[in-house]
Ligand binder design. Structure first.
Ligand SMILES: Nc1ncnc2c1ncn2[C@@H]1O[C@H](COP(=O)(O)OP(=O)(O)O)[C@@H](O)[C@H]1O
Ligand SMILES: [Mg+2]
Length: 310
């Protein structure tokens, strides 16, 4: 297994009764990335996570955490994983601090110093001695994260962490998780059915539908570079003439005339200035040039043929 791999999943399968809920999933999650487990409700995300952390048995397959097989050496594999599956269980009538203290007592080697560190890390210092029942959902999420972080995990798994958070809470969680991955090299795994949110949070993702892996891809828009092709839309005075200019100058480029004034092209980013130049030098008046960013949601609908409820 390569140095860079934090989690490896091979042929992971769950059959309950006659139903295959998770169907032969195989993929790897790297250290220092935020990885999305994406798909509509009922796709099998929670079941996958529950198998990864040993909450339920697997019918077939293997999960390796830091190279350690979860089925063969459960305790050792779990030492390096912090997980929040569904809502973290907290004692509402205790303070946040008391909850962490309680959890620390159940795990070995968590010092008071470490508790203070994680409380600061998730930004709960001002409220940590208040009762959990007075916390907002976002604060409870952060307390759950603090708990998951106590044992200095190499891997963190969060099942639908943005559920119920408002946009500000989602942004905060996103920045925080990205920081954990980038600064501490932790592999962060998040599941979600809300694909547009995940686009901004994840580096890569596995798209799952009906238990099957249907795509594994980079999903951050920022991953675009100069040579990767993208769709651009040009608003121009004379669309028809512009198409013929481009056909002559750049016969290899696909151009679609959307209407009299709009062209859509698929080109490498580095070619955009040349294309604009070619049109302008033929006297064409350009009003707008912009990227057409397909959202993950649109891509997802394309892949699954629109049969989803995202
Ligand atoms: N214990 C179970 N018995 C029978 N079916 C189950 C069980 N757990 C989950 N399922 C079914 O498996 C499918 C996937 O569920 P789940 O993993 O919770 O999906 P997701 O988290 O992606 O929404 C759903 O159709 C669900 O009804
Ligand atoms: Mg779920």
């Amino acid at each position: 297994m390569s140095e860079n791999v934090a989690v490896e999943i091979r042929d992971l399968t769950k059959v309950i009764g006659s139903k295959t809920i998770v169907d032969s999933l195989s993929f790897e999650i790297h250290k220092g990335e935020v990885f999305g487990l994406l798909g509509p409700n009922g796709a099998g995300k929670t079941t996958t996570i529950r198998m990864m952390v040993g909450l339920i048995s697997m019918t077939r397959g293997q999960v390796l955490i830091d190279g350690i097989d979860v089925s063969k050496n459960f305790t050792k594999a779990m030492q390096h994983i912090g997980a929040i599956v569904e809502n973290p269980e907290m004692y509402k009538y205790l303070t946040g601090y008391q909850n962490l203290k309680h959890f620390a007592r159940m795990s070995q080697g968590v010092s008071d110093q470490r508790i203070h560190e994680v409380v600061n890390q998730v930004g709960l210092e001002a409220r940590i001695h208040d009762k959990v029942k007075t916390y907002s959902l976002g604060m409870r999420q952060r307390l759950g994260l603090a708990q998951a972080l106590l044992r200095r995990p190499h891997v963190i798994i969060l099942d639908e962490p943005t559920n119920g958070l408002d946009p500000a809470g989602i942004r905060e969680l996103r920045d925080y998780l990205r920081g954990l991955a980038e600064k501490e090299g932790i592999a962060v795994i998040v599941s979600s059915h809300l694909l547009s949110e995940m686009e901004l949070m994840c580096d890569r993702g596995a798209i799952i539908q009906a238990g099957k892996l249907i795509d594994l891809r980079p999903i951050r828009r920022t991953e675009m570079d100069e040579t990767s092709e993208q769709d651009i839309l040009i608003e121009i005075e004379h669309g028809v003439q512009a198409v013929s200019i481009l056909h002559t100058t750049y016969p290899q480029v696909d151009v679609v005339l959307r209407d009299d004034h709009h062209l859509e092209l698929r080109v490498a980013r580095e070619m955009i200035p040349d294309i604009v130049q070619a049109l302008v030098s033929h006297g064409e008046r350009i009003y707008e040039v912009r990227m057409v960013n397909k959202t993950l949601e649109e891509t997802f609908l394309e892949i699954t043929g629109g049969e989803s409820h995202v």
